[in-house]
Write a protein that binds this ligand. Structure first.
Ligand code: NAD
Length: 431
C-alpha cells in the first residue's frame, strides 16, 4: 500500500474533517495526493476556500497542499487508503453514540476496492474497530476483511490550541490487522510524524491505549476536585497544596476544574460501556465521571450560598461568567460545563452574563439556548472566572473591580489570581 500511495498511484482519503481529520489531511497533503471527505457541505465549501471551520488552522497552511475537499462519494472511489476521523460522542444516557462511525464505515463500504486499507483514528472502546466497524464494511462492500482489505487503528493525540505540539511532533501509535499491514501503516504515518511511531501489538491494544490516556486524566482530575471540596472545608487553597505537594519527584500535578469537551469527559464512558458489556462494573472510572459531572452544580451552589450570605436577593442578583469554551485558548464549546453552571444558576433565577473572546455566540445559542454578551455591562454581584484564556491572565485588578457591585465575590476556578498580594480586592474563592 505504502508504495502505491508514495508513487502517486493511489490517494489517501480522510473521512471527517474536524479538529482531528483536517490537520491529518493537510499534513499528508504535503507529500501525497489527498481527498478530504466530509458529510457537511458547508464545511467542505469553507475548506475549499482555505478556511478551517474549527478555527484552528491558518489559511496559509492550506497553500501548496495536494488536496481536494469534497462531500461527493464519487470523488473518493479511487482512493487506496481511507482514514476515518469522525466524532465519537455519547448520548443522553452517557452511552457511546456510534452513529458517525457507522455512517463512515458504511461510506467506506460503498467505495472500497480490493487491496485498499482502512485506518480508524476516532477514539473508541477496545474491540469497536474489529467488532462493530469492520462487519459494516464487509456487508456493504461484499469484500472480506484481511483477504480483500486491511484495517488498522491509529489513535489521535492532537491537542487543539497547543502551538508547541503540532501533529508531526506528537508520537503516534499505529496498529494493523497483520504484520504486513502494520508495516505499511507504520511507513505511511512515519513519513509525516517526526516524533516517532509506536507499533502497538494489536488494534485492540491501540484502542485501549488511547482510551486510558483520557480516562487516567479524568480520574486524576476528579481526585483533585474531590480534594478541593475537602480543602475548602478546611479553609486552605487547593492550588497552594498542589504547589507544595508537586515538589516531590513522583507527585503528578493535576488541577481541579470543570471537565468538558469532546474527549476527557466522554471517552471514559466508552470504556465503562465496554466493561459493562463484559459483566464488569468499573467503580473508580465511574466515580471519577460522577465527581467531575457534578462540579457545575457544586460551583453554582457555592455561588448561591455566597449571595445569600451577603443578604442579596438571589433573583435580582447578577453574575458574570468569564469563559465558555471547554478549555483555554480554543473556540471549541462542545460539552461545555459552563453551560451547566449557567443552567444551575438560572434555575435559582440568577441573572447570568457570559463572555468569551474565543467562543462563537450564535453557536452557543444553537447548542445551549443562550448567547454571549459582547462585553460585561454594569455591576455584578459575583464574577466567576471559569476558563484561563490568555486574555484573562493579562487583566488588571481594576478591570474586575469596575464591574463589581459592593460585596461582590470573585470565583477564580483555575486559581489564576491565587496570589493574595496581586489579586482584585473582592472576596476570593477558588476550587
Ligand atoms: N478534538 C480533539 O482534541 C481530539 C483529540 C484526539 C482524538 N479525538 C477524537 O477524534 C475523533 C474526531 O473528533 P473531532 O474533534 O475531530 O470531531 P469534529 O466534530 O471536530 O469533526 C468531525 C467531522 O466529521 C464529520 N462527520 C461526521 N460524521 C461523518 C460521516 N459519517 N462521514 C463523513 N464525515 C462525517 C463532521 O461533519 C465533522 O466535520 C473523535 O473520536 C475524538 O474523540 C479528538
Amino acid at each position: 500500500m505504502f508504495e502505491r500511495v508514495a508513487s502517486g498511484e493511489k490517494s489517501i482519503c480522510v473521512i471527517g474533517l474536524g479538529y482531528v481529520g483536517l490537520p491529518i489531511a493537510l499534513e499528508f497533503a504535503r507529500k501525497f495526493k489527498v481527498v478530504g471527505f466530509d458529510i457537511n457541505p458547508e464545511r467542505v465549501e469553507m475548506m475549499s476556500r482555505g478556511i478551517d471551520p474549527s478555527k484552528e488552522i491558518e489559511a496559509t497552511e492550506f497553500e501548496g497542499r495536494n488536496i481536494h475537499f469534497t462531500a461527493n462519494l464519487d470523488d473518493i472511489r479511487e482512493c487506496g487508503v481511507y482514514i476515518v476521523a469522525v466524532p465519537t460522542p455519547i448520548n443522553e444516557a452517557n452511552e457511546p453514540d456510534l452513529k458517525p462511525l457507522i455512517g463512515a464505515s458504511t461510506t467506506v463500504g460503498k467505495v472500497i476496492s480490493k487491496g485498499d486499507y482502512v485506518i480508524y483514528e476516532s477514539t473508541t472502546y477496545p474491540g469497536c474497530t474489529e467488532d462493530d466497524c469492520v462487519p459494516i464494511i464487509e456487508s456493504v462492500s461484499g469484500l472480506k476483511f484481511r483477504e480483500d482489505f486491511k484495517v488498522g487503528y491509529s489513535p489521535e493525540r492532537i491537542n487543539p490550541g497547543d502551538k508547541e505540539r503540532p501533529l508531526p511532533k506528537i508520537l503516534k501509535i499505529v496498529s494493523g490487522c497483520s504484520d504486513e499491514s502494520l508495516k505499511n501503516i507504520s511507513a505511511l504515518y512515519g513519513s509525516i510524524i517526526t516524533a516517532g511511531i509506536h507499533e502497538a501489538t494489536s488494534i485492540k491494544v491501540a484502542e485501549a491505549a488511547k482510551i486510558i490516556e483520557n480516562t487516567q486524566r479524568d480520574v486524576n482530575i476528579s481526585l483533585m476536585n474531590e480534594l478541593s471540596m475537602i480543602f475548602n472545608k478546611i479553609g486552605i487553597n487547593t492550588f497552594d497544596v498542589i504547589d507544595a505537594a508537586g515538589t516531590k519527584w513522583n507527585f503528578h500535578k493535576y488541577t481541579p476544574g470543570l471537565v468538558g469537551g469532546h474527549c476527557i469527559g466522554v471517552d471514559p464512558y466508552y470504556l465503562v460501556h465496554k466493561a459493562e458489556r463484559l459483566g464488569l462494573h468499573p467503580r473508580v472510572i465511574a466515580a471519577g465521571r460522577y465527581t467531575n459531572d457534578n462540579m457545575p452544580a457544586h460551583i453554582a451552589s457555592k455561588a448561591i450560598k455566597k449571595l445569600n450570605a451577603r443578604g442579596k436577593v438571589v433573583k435580582d442578583s447578577r453574575i458574570l461568567i468569564m469563559g465558555a469554551t471547554f478549555k483555554e485558548n480554543v473556540s471549541d464549546i462542545r460539552n461545555s460545563k459552563i453551560a451547566d453552571v449557567v443552567n444551575e444558576l438560572r434555575a435559582f433565577s440568577v441573572n447570568v452574563d457570559v463572555i468569551d473572546p474565543h467562543a462563537d455566540s450564535a453557536e452557543m445559542h444553537h447548542e445551549y439556548g443562550f448567547s454571549l454578551v459582547p462585553e460585561p455591562c454594569g455591576k455584578y454581584d459575583g464574577i466567576i472566572l471559569a476558563v484561563s484564556h490568555n486574555e484573562y491572565k493579562a487583566l488588571e485588578n481594576s478591570w474586575f473591580e469596575n464591574f463589581s457591585a459592593p460585596d461582590a465575590f470573585f470565583f477564580d476556578l483555575k486559581g489564576l489570581f491565587r496570589n493574595p498580594a496581586s489579586r482584585p480586592a473582592l472576596e476570593y474563592w477558588s476550587l
